[in-house]
Design a protein around this ligand. Structure first.
Ligand code: CMC
Length: 429
């Protein structure tokens, strides 16, 4: 008769323990009873990078990395990418259900009410050097929002949490556009509530002297889809950071700034920037094979390839590859796309990548689209952070309302020196 338990025999003591299994997991705290004696702290699990540790139960995003499946609240990413808008998907991710027409209208209105930035934040953005990385400015500006909204510290009030969520979703797009304008020394374009979330963002980025700027509908639709694809990705590095900071009940702007900082690393959200730089460095199709050989010998990585969870083609990459074609019809062909397509083909047939199940991820083609839209590589991670904000805030909300969650506080295995006496500086070798 099968039982939902795990029997563990501790060979140090000969004792056997039965640990309950629920949802394919054992509770790490159940290991603590496994001891060699009264003065033994009890068994722990060792898991650098939390590669096999479920840190939460969640109802937001489902990924099957072996099959290449991604769903938000049960809806396949392919359907949302084709039929939804970013704000509708954000509502779904944050609140759990697709909105009714009235709910969506209210949601869009509420977010539009918060798109303006306080003059202090505009001044803050203006104080950075002209060539400051936009992600660094973005992180600083987000963190500074907590100085303007001290009410955000009351994270236990549901109505207050919703207000802060609307503010965060609204302000990240404006901050992102202003970082770009600052880098080029152009005046800021204020938000326009007659446009969609994405259309307004494009206008804040690109309006020059046109009185009636209208975003190109193909590019607006493409960016809308990219925003949906980037909206959430369950317990990744930046989301985990959002939850960890939020678990101390810090205000959500501080947590959001921390999440954005985690995204900034090249192994996470800055991979799209790294992909473009890599493609530029490869330059032509002739240089691909020597580049791949270099990667295989351990000199660097093939950026935009591999994923901790996907051991199959990243479903987001398939959709992005398709969008790239539509965008290039408007913007003209980019020869780096040929390099990317050939690089992908060569890597997918190479034993090194096949045996390690390394496939293209979301970042492999997104940078090419951003580049086609005339965006500098330094803006790519900011373009990831805008839509990921809805995932971060949804995960933050879920964490705060989960009775089982506690302040994040992992254990360690201490392997440093045993106790020793302080030595005065003149007696140190
Ligand atoms: N190029 C070459 N080899 C790789 C790559 C790569 N992109 N990714 C993994 N490997 C190799 C790695 O060297 C290791 O080989 P070996 O077993 O011989 O030591 C094996 O594959 C397993 O790698 P790992 O580092 O243990 O895998 P991980 O799950 O810890 O890392 C990853 C996941 C995404 C950090 C990694 O695949 C990587 O660095 N990829 C390139 C950066 C990138 O594209 N990141 C974007 C991820 S998707 C968007 C996001 O989450 O933000």
């Amino acid at each position: 008769m099968p039982h939902d338990t795990l029997s563990i025999t501790d060979n140090r003591t000969g004792k056997t323990y039965d640990l309950p299994i629920a949802n394919g997991t054992i509770k790490a705290m159940d290991l603590r009873q496994i001891k060699t004696g009264d003065d033994d702290f009890g068994l722990m699990s060792y898991d650098p990078g939390l590669a096999n540790t479920a840190s939460t139960k969640s109802t937001i995003t489902y990924i099957d990395g072996e099959q290449g499946i991604l769903r938000y609240r049960g809806y396949p990413i392919e359907q949302l990418a084709e039929r939804s808008t970013y704000l509708e998907t954000a509502y779904l991710i944050v609140f759990g259900e697709l909105p009714t027409a009235a709910q969506l209208e209210q949601w869009e209105f509420d977010i539009n009410c918060h798109t303006l930035l306080h003059i202090n934040i505009q001044r803050l953005i203006s104080t950075f050097r002209y060539d400051a990385h936009p992600m660094s400015i973005f992180i600083s500006a987000i963190a500074s929002l907590s100085t303007l909204y001290p009410d955000a510290r009351d994270v236990t009030d549901p109505a207050n949490r919703r207000l802060q969520i609307e503010r965060m979703l609204a302000k990240v797009a404006t901050i992102a556009a202003f970082t770009y304008r600052h880098n080029y020394g152009w005046p800021f374009n204020y938000p326009d509530d007659s446009l969609s979330y994405v259309g307004n963002f494009l206008k804040m980025m690109f309006r020059s002297t046109e009185v009636n700027y209208r975003p190109n509908p193909v590019l607006e639709r493409a960016l809308n889809t990219l925003f949906i694809l980037h909206a959430d990705h369950e317990q990744n590095c930046s989301t985990n950071t959002m939850r960890v900071i939020g678990s101390s009940q810090a205000d959500p702007y501080s947590a959001l700034a921390g999440a954005a900082a985690a995204l900034y690393g090249p192994l996470h959200g800055a991979a799209n920037e790294a992909v473009l730089r890599m493609l530029e460095q490869i330059g032509t199709i002739d240089n691909i094979r020597p580049f791949i050989e270099k990667v295989k010998s351990g000199d660097g990585r093939l950026m935009g390839f591999g994923h901790r969870v996907y051991k199959n083609y990243d479903p987001r990459c398939k959709i992005i590859k398709h969008i790239a074609g539509e965008v290039f019809e408007v913007t003209g062909h980019n020869p780096l796309l040929d390099v990317a397509l050939e690089l992908e083909q060569i890597a997918l047939q190479d034993d090194y990548f096949i045996s390690r199940k390394l496939y293209p991820n979301v970042d492999f083609y997104s940078g090419l689209i951003y580049r086609a839209m005339n965006l500098p590589a330094s803006m790519f991670t900011v373009l990831f952070a805008i839509p990921r904000t809805c995932g971060w805030v949804a995960q933050w909300l879920e964490m705060l309302t989960d009775q089982e969650q506690k302040i994040a506080r992992p254990r360690q295995i201490y392997l440093g020196p045993d106790i020793r006496d302080y030595v005065s500086i003149d007696r140190r070798g």
